[in-house]
Design a protein around this ligand. Structure first.
Ligand code: ADP
Ligand code: MG
Length: 350
């Protein structure tokens, strides 16, 4: 395989009055898995279809493997797509399904069958070639769809919500398999999902989209550790967002007032003025009410075995708190002090 890069320069896509993409700039390096993540309708599928050549850009340029493909239709692009519905032919055997794209490209039948067999080996389905799709589980059918895409030796593999037809338990298993195949073969892959945990689990980089544009991009840990907006903080992992005020900034550290208490927090690029503090549920600690901290009252406590989840009403709002079960548990109605490690808190614009 020769994995290709993907580059969008100011790509605009309009459907009549609807602007599906405002002006997208993105670069995907060869051999990487990059996920487009965002709420329904933000433009993820449109971006994939533009890479595939199934839609043409209204403006801007698209490069694949360094070649300008802006005006090439799908047939002339070395890209394959895996759909959420698998789209397998039910009357064809698994081997015939995988070989289909090759025979369409006029490869001799025997050679196509051999390549299909190799493709099935790559996805861990050697020996399943003579079965019909209906004789496989959902996860196996999705792997057949992946095999069918990769035997075409695409420069870029596109996957549009590939797990959404699988039940929750299988999803985790199949996402690991897709990631391992991608890494083993060194494929360039663009993966679409609206599920943030799935995106974090499979990606080298995540491009978070909102309202037809990029909200933020980075590695999973960049997005979690350094969200640039309240939207990202809330969308990537759970977050409590508390109104606070930046009093001053010195050497990248902000002096912040939150409910009359002072904290030193990374400045997040902000200046003096109103801000929001991002407090992760695991970073909030409940203490007895006579201890230092923000005062609150437990309005809900749920024992979940591995952890206890609390909702706490406080002067900085209703807070979601997760604590270990070894802590002395609090009960509904208890008064508490809320403490946190300011090194783990983040600031975003108000
Ligand atoms: P996502 O995959 O993120 O859910 P899409 O890329 O499918 O979003 O859609 C982005 C926007 O473009 C939506 O407002 C959608 O209704 C619109 N759209 C997508 N395809 C078409 C089309 N063929 N005709 C008209 N509008 C479309
Ligand atoms: Mg979509």
């Amino acid at each position: 395989y020769t994995p290709g890069s993907v580059r969008f320069e100011s790509v605009v896509k309009k459907f009549g009055e609807v602007t599906a993409l405002k002006s997208l700039d993105l670069t995907i390096d060869p051999g990487k898995l990059v996920t487009l993540l965002g709420p329904s309708g933000c433009g993820k599928t449109t971006t994939l279809r533009l890479i595939a050549g199934l839609e043409m850009a209204s403006a801007g340029k698209i490069h694949i493997g360094g070649e300008d493909v802006t005006h090439l239709t799908a047939t002339y692009r070395k890209v394959s797509m895996v759909f959420q519905s698998y789209a397998l032919f039910p009357h064809m055997t698994v081997r015939q399904n995988v070989a289909y794209g090759l025979t369409v490209k006029s490869m001799p039948k025997a050679e196509a069958a051999q390549k299909a067999e190799h493709g099935l080996e790559l996805v861990g389905l050697a020996g399943f070639g003579d079965r019909l799709p209906s004789e496989l589980s959902g996860g196996q059918q999705q792997r057949v769809a992946v095999a069918r895409a990769i035997v075409l030796e695409p420069e870029v593999l596109l996957l549009d919500e590939p797990l959404s037809n699988l039940d929750a338990k299988l999803r985790r298993h199949v996402r690991e398999e897709i990631r391992q195949i991608q890494q083993r073969l060194g494929l360039t892959a663009v993966y679409v999902t609206h599920d943030q945990e799935e995106a974090m689990a499979v990606s080298d980089r995540i491009i978070v989209m909102k309202n037809a544009e990029i909200a933020q991009e980075g590695s999973p840990s960049d997005l979690y550790e350094a969200p640039k907006s309240a939207f990202i903080a809330d969308f990537i992992g759970d977050a409590n967002l508390a109104d606070c005020g930046v009093e001053s900034v010195t050497n990248g550290i902000a002096n912040v007032v939150l409910d009359d208490l002072n904290y030193k927090v990374r400045d997040g690029g902000l200046q003096k003025g109103p801000a929001k503090m991002v407090l992760r549920p695991h970073n909030l600690h409940l203490a007895a009410p006579d201890q230092a901290g923000i005062k609150g009252e437990v309005s809900y406590a749920a024992y979940l075995g591995k952890e206890i989840q609390y909702t706490v009403e406080s002067a900085i709002g209703s807070l979601f708190v997760i604590s270990g079960v070894t802590d002395k548990p609090f009960a509904q109605g208890d008064s508490v002090s809320i403490q946190f490690d300011a090194d783990l808190a983040r600031l975003v614009a108000a």
